[in-house]
Design a protein around this ligand. Structure first.
Ligand code: ATP
Ligand code: MG
Length: 427
C-alpha cells in the first residue's frame, strides 16, 4: 500500500486505490455500527470510516482524540465526507494512544493560550505557520532578486538602537548588555562591504502595553543599502510588499481559504502605494481627534483611523525629527522634519519604518546629545561616518504584524509559534 499524504487523497490522486496514511486523530464520532475518524497530517484532514465487521473495529473503538496512528484502506470519492473523499479502513495500528486531550471546543481562549504546546497542532496554527513559512521564503526571494546579501547580526548588543524604555537588560558575565531591538546599526556596518544587505532576525522590545500588535520578541525583516535615496526606499518597500502578497496569495490559496482570510485584498496589492506626508495625516485626523497637533506621535488609534480611509497599504512620510531616533537624517532646509517613512495597513497601522540615516559624524553626535545618549557608547558607529561615509537608507518590517494583516488574525500572538508578551513566555 502506498504511503500517501492526506492532500494527495483530497486532490483526487488516489481514487479507488489502496493507501496508507500516518497521522493523528482529529475528531471521532462513534455510532452503533460505524465509527468515523477524522485523521490529520501536515497537509490536511481526511475522514475514515470503520464498519463493525471490520477487523480494526476494536482498535477504532479504543482510539482517542490526538492518538497517533497508521491507517490502511481504500480511498474513494464520497460527497458526504468533508473534502469529498474518505478512506474505508482495512487496518488500523495505534502508535501512541493519547490520554484524555485537554483542549476541546468548550475551552476558553485563555486556557487554549496556556496550552500552546498542544494548540500548535490545531488546524488554525498549522495554516498560519504555513503562510508564515511562505512569507519568509517570498521575502528572501525578493531580497535575493534585488541582489541583497543576507547577513547574520548579533542578538547580544552593547548599546541601544531604539529608545531605552523598551530595552531588555541582561548580565553578560560581569558586564551589562542588552537584547537587540533592531539589527539596523549592524546592517550599517556590513553595508560598507556588501553594499546591499538584509537580515530576518528576532528583535526584542520590553513592551509593557498589551495590544494586538506588540510582542516582546518578534521577527524583524530589515534591509540597508549604500547610496540609496528615499524614493529608492519607498519603491523597494512597496515592491517587497507586492511580491510577498502576490506570491503568497498564489501559493497559499487553500490556507487562506480555510483560515477564512480575504485573499482578494492580497491580490489587489500593486505598487505604487498612496503616499501622504505626516502633515497631511494630522490634517486628516484632526476632525476626529482635535487634540492631535503637529509634533505628536501617531498612536495606534490614529493610525487605524487613517488606514481605514485607504483600505490598503500606504505610506506616511516626513515625520517630525523630535519623535524619531537619533540616526534619522533630516531635510536639508528643514531640520525639524526627518527623512522617515512608515508603511501602514488597515486594522494594524504601522508595519514598517524606514528612512535615510544621518551620514554626517558631527550632526550625529549632536543628535545623540540632544537625545541624552553618550557618543562614546557609539564609537564604532561613528567610525562608519569617519571612514568613507555614504548616504544610505534602510527599513525594518515586523513579520508578525504583516501576518496579522495577511491572515486576518485578531491578535499578533497567533502569528508566531511561541509568543512572548509581558504575561506569556511558556513553554
Ligand atoms: P510601535 O510604535 O508600533 O511600537 P515602533 O515604531 O516602535 O512601533 P520600529 O522601531 O519602527 O517600531 O520597528 C520597525 C517595525 O517592527 C515596526 O514597524 C513593526 O512592524 C515592528 N515592531 C516594532 N515593535 C514591535 C513589537 N513590539 N512587536 C511586534 N512587531 C513590532
Ligand atoms: Mg516605527
Amino acid at each position: 500500500m502506498a504511503l500517501v499524504k492526506i492532500s494527495q487523497i483530497l486532490d483526487g490522486d488516489c481514487k479507488d486505490q489502496k493507501v496508507t496514511v500516518r497521522g493523528w486523530v482529529y475528531r471521532k464520532r462513534e455510532g452503533k455500527s460505524l465509527i468515523f475518524l477524522l485523521i490529520r497530517d501536515s497537509t490536511g484532514v481526511i475522514q475514515s470510516t470503520i464498519k463493525k465487521d471490520s477487523p480494526c473495529w476494536e482498535q477504532a473503538q479504543k482510539i482517542t482524540i490526538e492518538s497517533s496512528l497508521v491507517l490502511e484502506g481504500t480511498a474513494h470519492e464520497d460527497t458526504r465526507a468533508p473534502g469529498g473523499y474518505e478512506v474505508s479502513a482495512e487496518n488500523l495500528e495505534i502508535i501512541g494512544l493519547a490520554e484524555n486531550f485537554p483542549i476541546s471546543k468548550d475551552k476558553s481562549e485563555e486556557f487554549i493560550r496556556d496550552m500552546r504546546h498542544l494548540w500548535m497542532r490545531s488546524r488554525k496554527m498549522n495554516l498560519v505557520m504555513k503562510v508564515r513559512a511562505e512569507t519568509l521564503k517570498a521575502a528572501r526571494e525578493y531580497f535575493d532578486k534585488q541582489h541583497y546579501t543576507e547577513v547574520s547580526p548579533p542578538m547580544f548588543i552593547s548599546a541601544a538602537v531604539e529608545g531605552g524604555s523598551t530595552l531588555f537588560h541582561l548580565k553578560y558575565f560581569e558586564q551589562d548588555m542588552y537584547l537587540t531591538q533592531s539589527s539596523q546599526l549592524y546592517l550599517e556596518i556590513l553595508m560598507f562591504g556588501l553594499d546591499n544587505v538584509y537580515c530576518i532576525a528576532p528583535s526584542f522590545r520590553a513592551e509593557k502595553s498589551r495590544t494586538i500588535r506588540h510582542l516582546t520578541e518578534y521577527w524583524h525583516m530589515e534591509g540597508e543599502w549604500a547610496f540609496g535615496t528615499m524614493d529608492d526606499l519607498i519603491k523597494f518597500e512597496e515592491g517587497l510588499m507586492e511580491y510577498i502578497c502576490q506570491i503568497v496569495a498564489a501559493r497559499c490559496e487553500k490556507e487562506f481559504k480555510e483560515l477564512g482570510a480575504n485573499i482578494d485584498k492580497l491580490k489587489a496589492v500593486k505598487a505604487p502605494f498612496p503616499r501622504i506626508t505626516y502633515k497631511e495625516a494630522i490634517e486628516r485626523l484632526k476632525p476626529k481627534n482635535p487634540a492631535l497637533d503637529w509634533g505628536a506621535d501617531l498612536g495606534y488609534e490614529d493610525e487605524k483611523v487613517l488606514a481605514e480611509d485607504f483600505g490598503k497599504p500606504f505610506f506616511v512620510y516626513d515625520y517630525p525629527t523630535a519623535i524619531k531616533a537619533f540616526y534619522c537624517k533630516t531635510q536639508k532646509d528643514h531640520p525639524e522634519i526627518a527623512l522617515s517613512v512608515d508603511m501602514m495597513v488597515p486594522r494594524i497601522g504601522e508595519i514598517s519604518t524606514g528612512g535615510q540615516r544621518e551620514d554626517n559624524k558631527d550632526i550625529l553626535i549632536q543628535r545623540m546629545k540632544e537625545q541624552g545618549l553618550k557618543p562614546e557608547d557609539y564609537e564604532w558607529y561613528l567610525d562608519l561616518r569617519r571612514y568613507g561615509t555614504v548616504p544610505h537608507v534602510g527599513f525594518g518590517m515586523g513579520l508578525e504584524r504583516l501576518l496579522v494583516w495577511m491572515c486576518d488574525l485578531e491578535n499578533i500572538i497567533d502569528a508566531i509559534p511561541f509568543p512572548r508578551t509581558t504575561r506569556r513566555f511558556y513553554p
